[in-house]
Write a protein that binds this ligand. Structure first.
Ligand code: SF4
Ligand code: SF4
Length: 356
């Protein structure tokens, strides 16, 4: 008899073998859930089964010793199953309420705060940074660790008007995404070109096509094929740097950080929104990025005091208006901020045709 061909697995692996048995048994058949305390979710299934998920924050970029420590806690205090949320919190599932408190105690003692649920400041989503990516202008995970150390109390409590999602991106063009408050690299000078390397390293037509404002042209420099940048057009986005590393744009002095506010993916009460830039030119100042943390904390504190219950940051700003937002947060306003790119159809290279 002909054997069935085994399917080729080329997507996300099947998660079912790794699910907690109670989650597997009741998959898609949940009656309701609630939160008995910050950091703990309680799910009740139609079958009557109950599961408590204890959520903890980590330093995000973890060494093998930390992961082993978390696994030991899962084996000893939980039921051997963990999962990571999209914001890199770790969750431990237990089917016995008596295990919840000892698990929280063990996590807290080992330095992992329990929280991040409901109206808290959840873990900051960040991009890969210096550890994994080849183009970052800052260490997103470092800025996140420094900021979360200062927001510890807001993670373990649910004191915000609504949930707060923060994110950090280490370049201007790739991963990242919408967040209530986002920290994003901001290049302020055009790329510096190493003409000796361009011909050997870069596929020049691909680099020319990559520029959103058509500022790159092929050129012959010192008798070698290279590229040149029209610096008046360049918007310092850094899109040419990944396909052409000799177009170096990262700079210890001129690569800064900017803060954006008011984005969200949720459409629970209103439409998803795009965030807007509210502070720019902040120093990219490792290892603790104090200037960035100070502004984010000020915005969070103002939001906490001024927003009504259940207003997300974007709803709050929409209600009070951008001028009041800048006043209340003690941020200077310039004409370069909160551009919503309504003119991008005309001023960006949105078609497949290159314009010179
Ligand atoms: S945001 Fe940019 S630099 Fe950072 S990991 Fe993503 S692609 Fe790399
Ligand atoms: S891709 Fe971006 S950084 Fe590079 S030349 Fe064009 S505008 Fe400037």
């Amino acid at each position: 008899m002909a054997q069935m061909r085994t399917p080729i697995e080329s997507g996300v692996p099947d998660n079912r073998p790794f699910l907690h048995p109670a989650l597997l048994k009741n998959y898609g058949r949940w009656r309701y859930h609630d939160r008995p305390r910050p950091g703990v979710l309680h799910h009740v299934a139609h079958s009557g089964d109950e599961v408590w998920s204890v959520r903890a924050g980590t330093q995000r970029q973890m060494d093998v010793y930390t992961i082993r420590k978390l696994c030991d806690i899962a084996d000893k205090y939980a039921e051997g199953h963990v999962r990571f949320t999209i914001r890199s919190n770790i969750e431990f599932m237990v089917s016995d309420p008596a295990k919840v408190e000892p698990l929280i105690e063990a996590l807290t003692k080992a330095g992992f705060p329990v929280g991040g649920t409901g109206n808290s400041v959840s873990m900051i989503a960040h991009t890969q940074g210096w550890l994994h990516c080849d183009i970052p202008g800052t260490d997103a995970s470092g800025a996140v660790k420094a900021l979360m150390d200062e927001l510890y109390e807001e993670f373990i409590r649910e004191d915000m008007p609504n949930r707060v999602h923060l994110s950090t991106s280490c370049c201007e063009i790739n991963c990242g995404g919408q967040a209530d408050i986002a920290i994003i690299v901001q290049h302020t000078k055009p790329p510096k070109i190493n003409h000796d390397l361009v011909a050997n390293v870069c596929e020049r037509p691909a680099v020319v096509a990559r520029c959103p404002v058509a500022a790159i042209r092929p050129a012959l420099v010192n008798g070698k094929p290279s590229l040149e940048v029209d610096e008046k057009k360049c918007i310092c986005c850094g899109a040419c740097y990944p396909p052409c590393p000799p177009m170096q744009i990262n700079d210890p002095e001129h690569s800064k950080l900017a803060i954006w506010v008011g984005g969200k993916n949720s459409n629970a009460r209103g439409k998803p929104t795009f965030m807007k830039m509210v502070a720019s030119g902040l120093p990219n100042n490792p290892p603790r990025w104090p200037e960035v943390s100070a502004i984010v904390k000020k915005i969070l504190q103002t939001y906490k005091e001024d927003a009504r219950s259940w207003e997300r940051v974007s709803d709050w700003v929409e209600r009070i208006g951008w001028p009041r937002f800048f006043e209340k947060c003690d941020l200077p306003f310039t004409k370069y901020l909160i551009d919503d790119w309504r003119g991008s159809r005309a001023n960006l290279n949105a078609s497949t045709h290159i314009r010179f």
